[in-house]
Design a protein around this ligand. Structure first.
Ligand code: 5GP
Ligand code: MN
Length: 374
């Protein structure tokens, strides 16, 4: 085990504890949360590299699968989408970036009581996972950051493929080192990864510059659909199943859209609502600074972080929209003036002027974009 300044004092005990727990464990299922993002997948892949270096048997698992845009990562083995045929009888599960057992997906959540578990996460309010070892640090920017410290404390170099996988997780959860969670520890770790051969610019290029034309067209449509609520302090946008069919888009193509909505001047909260099936919606909330959208998500049974949170609503889109906007107003009332406020922001005035224009444009644009979407 190593101890250097690379691991900040506040994380040292936890990282050492997890490195030791991993060293004492074998036959491990490694999993992140369902519909995994860059942090979950990067942490999962990095953990696989660590376990391989430790000589462990492991089984990488992702539900429903690793998204297309993350498949370029150097995985240490095949990532399975079912637990039906592991090559060994699993003894333990290493859970990554997942605040609650329900977010592991049904198949693994059902198996969990019969397995030892090791949990590494940075979501606030995790509910008692990690029967063998539990390490939750809400102050960490990414689970991949914590996994990097575990790797280091296990005496393994933060270089090569493991560094690439870890950097990916850190880049995605910090919005490319821009979100409020980007502190000097994150930058010091990123500098170490870069100094040890990790090409951060290439990684970001592979991550960002790989859009389908359908995705670009869908974003165009959604951009013109964004609506302002509460005097311009809240931006709202719905995306329907039909949109996904029309633009031949995948759910992962919506990754990052909520962040774009937050760019609007005067907007404190971005509310993005996605129809996954009739009567089933997923929502994403984004904010900046002290505005706590996790509290809004928690009120609706979801979770996440202060500036990025989400959840699921078992209702139709219309009811979900009303429910969501009411919850935003209830929790963050101070920044949501009444809907009929006469004090319109410049955004709200601009929107009123554009309403006629954009609805006329919308009816033409879907047909137009289809012509070009092949
Ligand atoms: P996104 O909006 O990108 O799906 O998620 C933003 C943040 O909220 C992530 O940290 C994600 O893990 C969390 N999150 C999203 N959906 C849910 C949910 O249904 N339950 C919980 N507990 N957290 C969620
Ligand atoms: Mn994360």
């Amino acid at each position: 085990m190593q101890q250097t300044d690379l691991v900040p004092a506040r994380f040292r005990d936890g990282a050492a504890r997890m490195a030791q727990a991993l060293a004492r464990t074998d036959k491990i299922i490694v999993a992140g949360h369902v519909a995994p993002d860059g942090d979950a997948v990067g942490s999962l892949a990095a953990a696989g590299h660590v376990l391989r270096a430790m000589g462990k048997e492991f089984f990488l698992y992702a539900r429903p699968d690793v998204p297309q845009y993350l498949r370029f990562l150097p995985f240490p083995g095949v990532v399975r989408t079912t637990l039906e045929h592991p090559p060994f009888t699993p003894q333990a599960a290493l859970l990554l970036d997942c605040g609650e057992a329900s977010r592991l997906g049904e198949e693994l959540a059902e198996r969990l009581p019969s397995l030892e578990s090791l949990n590494i996460d940075h979501h606030l309010g995790g509910s008692g996972m990690g029967s063998k070892a539990n390490w939750v640090e809400p102050e960490a920017a990414a689970t991949a950051q914590l996994m990097a410290y575990v790797t280091h404390m296990a005496g393994l170099p933060l270089a090569g493929d493991v560094a690439t996988c870890l950097a990916l997780g850190i880049i995605t959860d910090t919005g490319g080192f821009c979100h409020g969670n980007t502190d000097s520890d994150v930058l010091a770790l990123a500098a170490h990864l870069a100094a040890n051969g990790c090409d951060i610019s290439l990684l970001r290029h592979k991550l960002e510059n790989d859009w389908s034309l359908g995705r670009m067209r869908l974003w165009g449509e959604l951009m013109s659909r964004i609506r302002l609520e509460y005097g311009g302090s809240v931006a709202f946008c719905p995306v329907f199943l039909k949109d996904m069919q029309v633009f031949q888009a995948l759910r992962e193509d919506l990754e990052g859209f909520a962040e774009q909505m937050r760019r609007l001047r005067g907007v404190s909260v971005a509310v993005f609502l996605r129809e996954d099936a009739p009567g089933l919606c997923k929502f994403s909330l984004r904010s900046y600074g002290a505005t706590d959208v996790r509290a809004v998500a928690a009120l609706l049974g979801g979770g996440g972080h202060r500036n990025a949170a989400g959840g699921t609503l078992h209702m139709g889109m219309e009811e979900a929209q009303t429910t969501l906007l009411a919850a935003v107003s209830d929790v963050l009332g101070g920044l949501c003036p009444p809907k009929n406020s006469t004090q319109k922001t410049d955004n709200a005035c601009a929107e009123a002027n554009l309403q006629g224009y954009s609805s006329a444009r919308r009816s033409a644009s879907t047909a137009d974009s289809l012509k070009f979407s092949k």
